[in-house]
Design a protein. Structure first.
Length: 339
């Protein structure tokens, strides 16, 4: 298959997080065929029952690993294409990236290049379960090229994430007599309003830290004073989280409970001469790898602006360009590793 055909084949295998088994088996077979022809080796790396990463290595040592995730967000929709784009769930996040990496690997192997690998992981869209598992079994890689939609530019910075559940408690009462109760919803609204007024950090490279109230729920009925209310908030970090956490705690003090769900730090990565650079606002698997698979780089075809939408697509020209960029990057990084 060419890169377009492989992208569509991967898109058409539904792999919403926790349901990656079918696409994992498909990728295992593709890489097993490549490994058999090129004296490589491929393995399933168990994560949970019926969930596994797929890893292939070509050569006696591992200098560079091309890696991205197999899972997608819901809802699934099948592939289609026109003259300029391939459409479908995962087109840019990240089925097209997988296809580009595999095609680059084929070209490299045909040219006699070795000492690189491919690692496709589960769970990035939820909790990076696959990357955390891979971090426990490193293979000596000097560099890991993580694939996410960066418009084929080498990202030298990415924002982190700080997520909380904000929970307020109150006392039920008949809404005709609110003085007999205490509204958890009113308390939560006041807390969230104060949180929105927090002056969040700004970084010269990553820009402004931002806060999003993603979900809001609570109460029993319109005629009942609410005894409980809750919200999910997410802060995109650009620096150390200490001052942000302190400000959130002050806003909630005495009125709501803060329950930290996850924190992923902001990242700064080293530019490589000869590659156009960018800065991205999203978070990736890179922190979950924790350096176990080498120095991280971040690059892939497509734009994050259409990822997670019903308009998800990737430009065919970017897929072809990505194949050549990954090919050149593996060669450059293998040369660096051998010095």
């Amino acid at each position: 298959m060419n890169v377009f055909e492989l992208t569509r084949a991967l898109i058409d295998i539904e792999s919403i997080t926790n349901n990656e088994e079918r696409v994992g088996n498909y990728l295992y077979e593709v890489l097993a065929g490549l490994a058999a022809a090129q004296r490589g080796r491929v393995e399933r790396m168990d994560v949970e029952p019926r969930r596994f990463n797929v890893f292939a290595q070509f050569g006696d040592r591992l200098d560079v690993t091309l890696s991205t995730h197999m899972d997608t967000v819901p809802p699934f929709f099948a592939s289609s294409e026109d003259e300029t784009h391939i459409w479908g769930r995962g087109a840019c996040d990240t089925k097209g990236i997988i296809a580009s990496m595999i095609q680059a690997a084929r070209l490299l192997l045909d040219e006699g290049q070795s000492n690189f690998g491919l690692l496709f992981v589960v769970g990035e869209e939820r909790n990076s379960a696959g990357a955390y598992t891979a971090a426990k079994t490193p293979r000596g890689s000097h560099y890991i090229v993580n694939g996410e939609p960066t418009e084929n530019k080498l990202a030298i910075g990415s924002k982190g994430v700080l997520r909380y559940e904000v929970c307020a408690a109150g006392k039920m009462a008949h809404s005709a007599y609110p003085e007999l109760g205490e509204s958890a919803i009113h308390k939560l609204i006041d807390v969230l309003a104060e949180m929105q007024r927090i002056e969040l950090p700004v970084d010269s490279l990553l820009g402004q830290s931002t806060l999003n109230i993603g979900t809001l729920a609570g109460g029993r009925a319109p005629n009942v004073v609410a005894d409980e209310a809750r919200a999910d908030i997410m802060i995109r970090l650009v620096s150390d989280s200490t001052t942000t956490k302190e400000a959130l705690a002050r806003a909630a003090d005495g009125r709501a409970e803060l329950r930290e769900v996850i924190e992923i730090p902001a990242l700064r990565m080293t530019p490589i001469p000869g590659y156009e650079t960018t800065v991205v606002k999203f978070t990736t698997d890179i922190p979950a790898f924790g350096g176990a698979w080498g120095e991280p780089l971040l690059l892939g075809p497509g734009t994050i602006h259409v990822a997670h939408t019903l308009e998800e697509r990737v430009a065919k020209t970017e897929l072809l360009e990505a194949v050549q960029i990954y090919r050149r990057l593996v060669k450059d990084l293998c040369n660096r590793a051998s010095k």
